[in-house]
Structure formats: C-alpha cells, structure tokens
Design a protein around this ligand. Structure first.
Ligand SMILES: Cc1ncc(C[n+]2csc(CCOP(=O)(O)OP(=O)(O)O)c2C)c(N)n1
Length: 320
C-alpha cells in the first residue's frame, strides 16, 4: 500500500491532521461559548473520511451525518468557511444558518450533512440515480453510523441502489455506540457488512483506524462503481475518542475499552508507518503539523472576525 506516491501519502497525512487539529480547536471554542448549539466530534475516526475521500474526484459526491466535519474537510472544504459556519457566521458555507451539523457545498460535491440519522442515505441514492441518468462516471459516497443502519432509509436505499446498480458506496462508520447505546444491545449481528448479502451486493469489513487499509478497500469500490458495476457496503471498524456530542462525558464506556482504542489512534499509526517506511521523517511530519496549525489559527481568526447573519436574513435561502 505504501507504493502510493510520496506526495499522495503526504497529502493524506495533511488531511488527517487538518481534521484532528481543526476539531481540537472547535472543542476549545465551544468551551469559550463561541459555538452555537452542540457539536459532535469525529476525533478517532479520521482515517475513514481520509481513506475514502482520497479516492474521489472533485466532481464526485458525498453525503454526511451529524458528525460531519471530517467528511467535509476530507472532500476539500475550505477550513475558513467551515469554521465560520460552525461559529454561525455569515461567511460560513450556509451563511451561518446551518451550523456544525448542516454543512453543504455543491461546488466540492458535498451534498450536505444532516442531523436526522439515516437521512443522508436516500439523498445519496438519489444522486446515484441522477448520475446514472446523466451517464457520467461520477460516484457518490454515503457516510453513516452503525445506528443508522437500523433505519428504514438504509434498507430501502441500499435495495434500490442494488437493483438499479447505482454508483453509490455505502460507508458505515461503526464506532460501536449510537449515542450511549452499545451495538450488541440493539443488533444480533456483529458485522454491519453482513447486511449487504440481503441486498445482493458485496459487503467488506475493514480496520477503520488504518487509513491505508480503508484507502485500498475504497479504491476497489470506487473503481467498480465508476464502471457501472453497482454499490458496495464498506464497514469501517472504528471508535470515537469523545462522547457522542460535546455534552456527553461517555461514562457508559469501560475504561479499558477506551484505552485499547486510544492506543489504536489512526493518526499515531499512520505517522509511525510513514516514519518506519522512510516515506517521511519525524522532522518533516512536525513541519506539516506546524503548517496545519497555522492554517487552523487563520481559520479561527477569519471566523471570529466575521459578522453574524442579520435577523432579517433568516427567511432567505429557505426552500419548502
Ligand atoms: C431519525 C433520528 N432518530 C434519532 C436521532 C437522535 N440521534 C442523534 S445521533 C444518534 C445516534 C447515531 O448513531 P450512529 O448512526 O451509529 O452514528 P454515530 O453518532 O455513532 O456516528 C441518535 C439516535 C436523530 N437525530 N434522528
């Protein structure tokens, strides 16, 4: 896998760091009361967004969830406009009216994040149908959690994508918990990927904390979808470092389990692999980290200095 060119691997490292450092900053800003509403952090799951999106073109699409910062950044979102949206500012992607959970930007193929669990799935299937009717070779990636895979939208969406052979890659981020509910309490299966069998498509389980493993599996799925061979369900086994949302201390998780997963941190593993295989030196990695930190500071400054939307703009851009 490390036969990927150095610039590609460096780009992947930069993205994974952007997501982590961006969210650490959002976490701080929340504590300073600068973030309206709540936030759902993605820390610990970055290898999924980066491994998958590193296979996508700008004109490919993604749909996302309430935990969407990582997906947006991995798909090429501008850090300044993303930060401004999270802070509810007019310069944000949705003019500050969407906030953390509803970032969309069609120009980079980001069809939208949604707070309604499972709601991105039919949107992705619709985009897949549009690609098929327009006869382009774009693909759609649909990110969702294992909790969402219990929703009707998952079952109907995946069935339609299968019968019509739509270019949709279903990516389940299985972080073991839906809010405080452990998967084993609500599902009699261990692998969400097994659900693919019921719809006649292939299902693959991958280590979601290994960005290169995710890249490899996604590469094959994207290739198949581009050729018109239909959807694939990829289940990425991963873990969120924090609670469900910013207000959840996550006391329902055993300490040993948390420690075990923190040791499998996707960023630590990727850095170690790059150093071990001499793709990048420790100094080179530190340099990239510094550059990313500066970029994030600039995004924070931009967002803080941007104005809030005016109350009279509340009904603009509303479609019903
Ligand atoms: C339709 C719907 N039902 C319930 C909720 C409340 N809710 C928000 S996030 C969440 C858990 C989602 O779990 P999962 O799909 O596994 O994603 P994760 O948070 O683990 O990334 C729930 C139940 C919601 N937002 N929408």
């Amino acid at each position: 896998m490390l036969n990927l060119p150095k610039n590609k691997l460096t780009q992947m490292l930069r993205k994974i760091l952007e997501i982590r450092l961006f969210e650490e900053k959002v976490f701080e800003l929340y504590a300073q009361n600068l973030v309206p509403g709540t936030i759902h952090l993605y820390a610990g799951e970055e290898a999924v967004a980066v491994g998958v999106c590193s296979n996508l073109r700008k004109d490919d699409y993604i749909t996302s969830t309430h935990r969407g910062h990582g997906h947006c950044i991995a798909k090429g979102a501008d850090l300044k406009r993303t930060m401004a949206e999270i802070l509810g500012k007019k310069t944000g992607y949705c003019k500050g009216k969407g906030g953390s959970m509803h970032i969309a930007d069609f120009s980079i193929g980001m069809l939208g994040a949604t707070a309604v669990v499972g709601a991105g799935i039919p949107i992705a299937v619709g985009a897949g149908l549009s690609i098929k009717l327009r006869r382009t070779d774009q693909v759609v990636v649909c990110f969702f959690g294992e909790g969402a895979s219990n929703q009707g939208t998952f079952h109907e969406g995946i069935n339609m994508a299968s019968i019509w052979k739509l270019p949709v890659i279903f990516v389940c981020e299985n972080n073991l918990y839906a809010m405080g509910t452990r998967q084993s309490i609500v599902m009699n299966i261990e692998n969400i990927a097994d659900r693919a069998i019921a719809y006649g498509i292939s299902g693959v389980v991958v280590d979601g904390n290994d960005v290169l493993a995710v890249y490899e599996v996604a590469e094959k799925a994207v290739e198949r979808a581009r050729k018109g061979e239909g959807p694939v369900l990829i289940e990425c086994k991963t873990y969120r470092h924090k609670g469900h949302s910013r207000v959840d201390p996550a006391r329902y998780r055993p300490k040993e389990e948390v420690a075990e997963w923190l040791a499998k941190d996707p960023i630590k593993r990727f850095k170690e692999k790059l150093i071990h295989t001499k793709v990048l030196s420790e100094a080179e990695i530190q340099h990239i980290e510094k550059e990313v930190s500066v970029e994030i500071e600039e995004a924070v400054k931009f967002a803080i200095e941007s104005p809030f939307p005016m109350p009279e703009e509340a009904l603009e851009d509303v479609y019903a």
